[in-house]
Design a protein around this ligand. Structure first.
Ligand code: UDP
Length: 330
């Protein structure tokens, strides 16, 4: 197949592109990340089945060409990660809302299947666990920047349903703290990379809050299988699917696993939320996916144990000459 991947230069997008190329597909890859030796897809530079376009998702002329030339669209391009959200709400709205609107409109014109990538942040701070795809959402006030990411992804989902009703074959996945090699500061779940980096550099591991908050850390190769199933299975059309492991890990437990992986125990320092993110940021105590729908419709479950995934992430990080996130001091 000929597939368009938007956001192909990022953490999940580059792994997805690797997958399609390994399967024998051709990929048109769009990202604003420059095409040079630092690009994760640079290893494929001699592969004639990859064409890389360094441009904005908002370039309508280019996007029309890319959608026309391909058979399916995996739309991952978005402003993600707290660094890109806090203080930058207009950029988040422009890229996530206008970009998604453009992708869906062009795909509808050309009758292309679309996979839209959304987020567990959709549920916000809802106390009802696990998060089902059709649960109520509980968000904070508009003066707190972090919620704008959830709002823009929710608008994307609304648009998907609107276009689906008009005949567009589209499905939606929501990611839960995806991690693995290549997760850097552009990534959406950074704590694992940060702890590994701190441990590797023998700096104190900086736990935000009391460390009792939990996350369901989901390994990248599991997630890629789920994305492709949601993007290809006929039964997935019109549906939303949580892609996450139901296994909860507290941040304190994560520290233990990181120390075992790295093979030594740096000191742990507990820091206030305000110290790291500034005033007005809210952390989320727990975020757990209900995985029943993904299991039933996609035949998908996350299987990689956290210890294995962290080991693989550690191996990758150890091989980087410049450690990602270097300039952020927890
Ligand atoms: N966290 C931490 N130290 C860090 C970065 C994050 O203790 O250096 C905590 C953070 O407060 C949150 C959890 O780890 O409770 C996951 O954070 P991340 O930014 O990875 O993802 P998200 O909050 O979006 O789930």
């Amino acid at each position: 197949m000929k597939i368009l991947v938007t956001g192909a230069g990022g953490f999940i997008g580059s792994h997805l592109t690797d997958f399609f190329l390994a399967r024998g597909d051709s990929v048109f890859a769009l990202d604003s990340v420059p095409w040079d030796a630092r690009n994760y897809l640079w290893v494929h530079r001699d592969n004639h089945r990859l064409r890389y376009f360094c441009d904005s998702i908002l370039n309508e002329g280019l996007m029309r060409y890319l959608v026309r030339e391909t058979e399916a669209v995996y739309h991952l391009a978005a402003a993600v990660g707290l660094d890109n959200v806090i203080g930058q709400v207009l950029k988040v709205i422009e890229v996530n809302v206008r970009g998604t609107e453009l992708v869906l409109r062009l795909a509808a014109e050309q009758k292309r299947r679309v996979l839209f990538t959304s987020t567990s942040e959709i549920g916000g701070k809802s106390p009802k666990l696990p998060f089902r795809e059709d649960d109520d959402r509980v968000l904070g006030p508009t003066i707190v920047d972090r919620w704008v990411y959830s709002e823009t992804k929710a608008l994307g989902e609304y648009m998907c349903f609107g276009y689906h009703r008009a005949g567009l074959p589209v499905s939606i996945v929501r990611f839960f703290n995806v991690y693995g090699p290549r997760l850097d500061r552009e990534g959406s779940g950074r704590v694992i990379t940060r702890f590994l980096r701190q441990a590797l550099q023998n700096q104190p591991i900086a736990v935000i809050g009391d460390g009792k908050q939990t996350r369901c850390f989901t390994y990248i190769s599991d997630v890629i299988q789920g994305v492709v199933a949601a993007g290809e299975r006929p039964a997935a059309i019109g549906g939303i699917f949580n892609l996450g492991t139901p296994v909860e890990t507290s941040i304190n437990e994560l520290v233990e696993i990181v120390c075992k992986t790295v093979g030594h125990r740096p000191p742990v320092k507990y820091v206030g939320l305000d110290e790291v993110y500034g005033k007005g940021y809210e952390d989320i105590a727990r975020r757990v996916p209900d995985v029943e729908r993904a299991r039933r419709v996609l035949d998908w479950v996350a299987t990689t144990p956290l210890e294995i995934g962290i080991w693989e992430t550690f191996r990758w990080l150890s091989s980087c000459t410049v450690l990602p996130d270097d300039d952020i001091d927890g």
